[in-house]
Design a protein around this ligand. Structure first.
Ligand SMILES: [Zn+2]
Length: 281
């Protein structure tokens, strides 16, 4: 009897159902990962609610931030990823082509020839198990995986995606340095992760903004490293930043807020003249 794999399938806006699939056979270039945990991306929520559901959208298994243990892996895949059965891996959502100009320049997130995406590729594409809300997830030959230590509890390790994004924004893009003032516009999981990364990179002062309804997130931001928080409904971000920086502005401004233009304007007006960096979302 073939082993069955359970997975949640989204077939329309707010339509999710538990389905069973055949456990797929693994080829030389593929791998099968047993899912330990999967983060919930803001886009998972938009996908569930139907904001991303368009004419012609097809059923898929959501879950863009999977963490798991390699159960089976083909010979060539093992050599490519330097991985073997039993290894714990974090899986990136985007499955890029690895050959276009953007991929070769390291900007694979913007690849226009994507092979698909974990949590995005429809189940009609064999072997269907492309999302993390399932017992097992398949790796495409072009998937990007990162090996992770196994001693980190799964519910912490699964934060790899927002924490990685926070590090990329604050350190890779923002170049946060010792003593810098960093302004983070928005207290979502990526904003708070950016505040944590900024502090660990040596920032002197970290400021996080949010709306009145974000009070709990701002309090958490303060607990995790923010020195100051700004409720943008009650205070002017630009005035408060200028006040806190002696009128010169923040050295690094990070803007991880989606679908809003006001933070972009605040970023431009809050960043230090001459030696500032602004990293948009
Ligand atoms: Zn590419």
């Amino acid at each position: 009897m073939t082993e069955k794999v359970r997975a949640m399938v989204q077939s329309g806006p707010r339509q999710m159902e538990l389905r069973e699939f055949e456990r797929p056979a693994i080829g030389a270039d593929d791998a099968l990962v047993r899912v330990e945990a999967c983060g919930v991306c803001g886009s998972d929520v938009e996908q569930y609610k139907g904001h991303l559901w368009r004419e012609g959208s097809k059923p898929s298994i959501p879950g863009r931030e999977p963490l798991g243990v390699i159960e089976e892996i083909g010979d060539r895949a093992a050599a490519r990823w330097g991985a073997e059965p039993g290894d714990r891996v974090a899986i990136e959502i985007i499955i890029p082509c690895h050959t276009c100009d953007l991929c070769l320049a390291g900007r694979y997130q913007a690849c226009r020839n994507r092979r698909g995406g974990h949590g995005v590729t429809p189940i009609e594409k064999e072997p269907s198990l492309w999302g993390g809300f399932a017992d097992y997830i398949c790796l495409h030959p072009d998937s990007i995986v990162h090996k992770m230590r196994k001693d980190i509890p799964a519910d912490v390790a699964v934060m790899f995606n927002p924490l990685g994004a926070g590090f990329r924004r604050a350190v890779d893009y923002g170049k946060t340095g010792i003593g810098d003032t960093v302004l983070v516009l928005g207290p979502g999981q990526r904003g708070i992760a950016a505040a944590i990364a900024s502090k660990l990179a040596g920032a002197g002062t970290v400021i996080v903004t949010g709306l009145a309804r974000d009070a709990a997130k701002l309090a958490l931001g303060k607990e995790l490293g923010a020195d100051h928080t700004i409720n943008v409904g009650e205070e002017s971000t630009v005035e408060k930043v200028m006040d806190l920086t002696g009128g010169v502005g923040a050295v690094v401004v990070l803007e991880p807020t989606p679908i809003a233009s006001a933070p972009v304007l605040d970023a431009i007006e809050s960043v230090r003249h001459g030696r500032g960096s602004f990293s948009p979302g």
